[in-house]
Write a protein that binds this ligand. Structure first.
Ligand SMILES: Cc1cc2nc3c(=O)[nH]c(=O)nc-3n(C[C@H](O)[C@H](O)[C@H](O)COP(=O)(O)OP(=O)(O)OC[C@H]3O[C@@H](n4cnc5c(N)ncnc54)[C@H](O)[C@@H]3O)c2cc1C
Length: 378
């Protein structure tokens, strides 16, 4: 286990920070405006395609330490703009990993280069209309006839729904869990309006409805071990939510630190008050512990995949719950200005809630971690 980043990795982080950090500062990437979100997502993907970032986790890049490098790089992107991060990761890392892990050679050739060049945006429909896939089987179904498959189902929350060119839709066909690749504009695919959300307002989220939506049969992805499909998608989602949490903590911590040094009251900067320093030290402890936990989970997913699920759930709970605590402490340091809309600390606080309910929620994670612990005690 070595989580020290190499010079090449640091160079990559600096490059990403320069590209996406500067872009996020120039554009209002957290603004609730669907047209702007689409423009920003496409531009951000194009910028990142100039670096190896979009390929991390999808390809074996010898200069980098797999998912550990990815975790470090995700922190940089999420700290620059949480909303851009969510859109980019859904497209490159979840839609992209679906293709790279399970796609046929033809499917990969058709979509992966364009995805990794930032020319197309992907979205993933997993959660069904009225239930959580953790508890119930998928209800979206595909029926094959001749060279076509007709899909019916509703997906309640789809990140990038209003802006995506391609959707990977999870469903059942011939008694198996599969993914249907559906192109925007396909007859029978209806995209809902952008939903208003508590956080990540600059990302687009909508329902998608599939009503007798016919796709060519070669647009079905059928993983060999279909029983692992949902758990694998959740694992990838949980990794992204850890990266998001690290970025939110960095954003909140840096904002609070800068403010504590510059804001004066009682004739001195507030950092001179010991209680403010204690808050910063608690925040930094949670942030750095989360980093180590996330790196270890990432390293285990690369090296000992069979041990990764339980460790990732532990790390995901720790990182996502810490993100809320760190953002909350940052808001206290910012005083009244922390309560005003639009500062990075209150934005991080709102976004942190998403990490706790999405992927494997904190509650479901705790149940599963307990099950793993009991299993290992047998
Ligand atoms: C902004 C946003 C974006 C999203 N983007 C996407 C996307 O791009 N693609 C996609 O497929 N989905 C997406 N989702 C859906 C998201 O994954 C689900 O909201 C999530 O899986 C939770 O499902 P649910 O809302 O039905 O909650 P429920 O499952 O109804 O859970 C409600 C509460 O009950 C608890 N609970 C449920 N089951 C158990 C259990 N077995 N044990 C203990 N506690 C339990 C939960 O922890 C939670 O506290 C998105 C959601 C949001 C809010």
């Amino acid at each position: 286990m070595n989580y020290d980043f190499s010079d090449k990795e640091f160079t990559l982080f600096v490059e990403i920070e320069a590209l996406i950090g500067n872009f996020a500062k120039q554009t209002d990437s957290e603004k609730n405006d669907p047209a702007l979100s689409e423009k920003n997502t496409r531009k951000a993907l194009a910028l990142l395609s100039q670096t190896p970032y979009l390929k991390l986790g999808l390809e074996n890049l010898p200069d980098y330490n797999g998912l550990v490098t990815l975790m470090g790089a995700m922190e940089v992107v999420a700290a620059a703009s949480p909303s851009l991060f969510l859109s980019i990761e859904t497209s490159a890392r979840i839609f992209g990993r679906i293709l790279s892990a399970w796609g046929s050679d033809d499917q990969k050739a058709k979509l992966l280069p364009a995805l990794l060049n930032g020319q197309i945006v992907g979205a993933v429909g997993l959660s069904e209309d009225t239930m959580n896939v953790e508890n119930d089987p998928l209800t979206t179904t595909g029926t094959a006839h001749h060279n076509q498959v007709t899909i019916s189902g509703h997906k309640q929350y789809v990140i990038n729904g209003p802006v995506a060119d391609w959707f990977a839709v999870a469903g059942r066909m011939d008694g198996k869990n599969v993914l249907f690749l559906v192109k925007k504009g396909t007859e029978g695919l209806t995209i809902g309006e952008k939903a208003a959300t508590l956080g990540y307002e600059g990302a687009t989220i909508s329902k998608i409805l599939l009503e007798n939506c016919a796709i060519p049969a070669d647009q079905v992805i059928s993983p060999k071990n279909d029983n692992d499909l949902l758990a694998t998608l959740r694992l990838w989602e949980n990794q992204i939510l850890m990266g998001a949490s690290l970025g939110l903590m960095k954003r909140a911590f840096e904002t609070a630190k800068t403010y504590a040094k510059s804001h004066r009251t009682g004739g001195r900067p507030i950092i001179a008050y010991q209680e403010v320093g204690f808050k910063l030290s608690e925040m930094l402890t949670l942030f750095q512990t989360s980093q180590l936990f996330a790196y270890r989970a990432a390293w285990t997913a690369d090296t000992e995949p069979k041990d990764a699920e339980s460790l990732t759930l532990c790390a995901k709970v720790f990182c996502t719950e810490s993100a809320e605590q760190v953002a909350s402490q940052a808001m206290k340091i910012l005083g009244g200005s922390g309560f005003l809309s639009g500062n990075p600390a209150e934005g991080a606080f709102r976004c942190a809630k998403y990490g706790q309910i999405a992927g494997t929620s904190t509650e479901i994670s705790r149940v599963k971690i307990g099950d793993f612990a009991l299993g290992s005690m047998k």
